[in-house]
Design a protein around this ligand. Structure first.
Ligand code: FPP
Length: 246
């Protein structure tokens, strides 16, 4: 008899997928450390896994995938690590632009792109511009993104609209406020996944995740396989979503 048993395959009903899955791609540093590699090797493995998972999400017909690539707080990391992550993003965007007609994935960036290098910022804008005509699958990359920063910016923009007579504070609704967020036009995430064993939100989609289901796993992001995604989707499908009702 085998001394260990493989975890059972998760049963996913592909006709009842969440519309929008969001992922905090955490654990790259620890993945590298366990292998005696520099942290940047972990980010490279994480970027590779992002490609695999994003492609798979499109294959199974997921409408929206949002990933946390770089937070407003990640600038505190050593400069070499920040440049390695920016380098991986650049590499990915160049590839994405090159095969856009084949992949036909709409891409958006959530975050303040102004502190990025002019080259990276241009690549982000170009990717958004070219891909905006595609429909079916949308990938949102949170880049220099912070949930609190997003809410502050939205509040400032709304206040300005009030000051200039374009909006009325007495008539502000949740839907109208949502239009001031980076995620304007995108439905809220149904499922937020955080690998790596950390059990916190880390300033990710604070407004949008109000009624999201959460899935946490100890698996590190570079090891988060399609099978792990199946487990997350199966867990989601087993939840009863009441949105505050009964
Ligand atoms: C968190 O793991 C990961 C990041 C801050 C960077 C994520 C970036 C990528 C996956 C690469 C670029 C992305 C794309 C979309 C091409 P961590 O470093 O905090 O891990 P640790 O907690 O184990 O140290």
């Amino acid at each position: 008899m085998a001394l260990w048993k493989k975890k059972p395959e998760a049963e996913v009903d592909f006709s009842r997928l969440p519309r929008h899955v969001a992922i905090i791609m955490d654990g790259n540093g620890r993945w590298a450390k366990r292998r005696g590699l520099p942290r940047t090797a972990g980010h490279a493995a994480g970027a590779e896994n992002f490609r695999t998972i994003a492609t798979y999400c499109k294959e199974i017909g997921l409408e929206y995938l949002t990933v946390y690539a770089f937070s407003t707080e990640n600038w505190k990391r050593p400069v070499e690590e920040v440049s390695a992550i920016m380098g991986l993003l650049k590499k990915y965007l160049l590839e994405a632009i090159g095969r856009m007609e084949r992949d036909r994935v709409k891409m958006r960036f959530f975050g303040d792109l102004s502190p990025l290098s002019a080259e990276l910022r241009e690549l982000c804008l170009e990717t958004e511009e070219i891909s905006k005509r595609y429909e079916g699958c949308q990938v949102n990359i949170c880049l220099n993104y912070g949930g609190r920063d997003e809410l502050l910016r939205a509040a400032r923009a709304f206040a300005l609209d009030c000051q200039e007579g374009r909006a009325d504070p007495g008539h502000l609704t949740e839907a109208a406020f949502g239009q001031y967020l980076y995620s304007a036009g995108v439905p809220d995430p149904d499922l937020v996944i955080r690998p790596s064993g950390e059990v916190r939100i880390s300033n990710f989609l604070l407004w949008q995740s109000a009624y999201a289901e959460f899935y946490f796993t100890d698996v590190l992001w570079p090891d988060f396989s399609k099978e792990e995604l199946h487990r997350a989707l199966a867990a989601y499908q087993g939840r009863s979503r009441r949105f505050g009702g009964v």
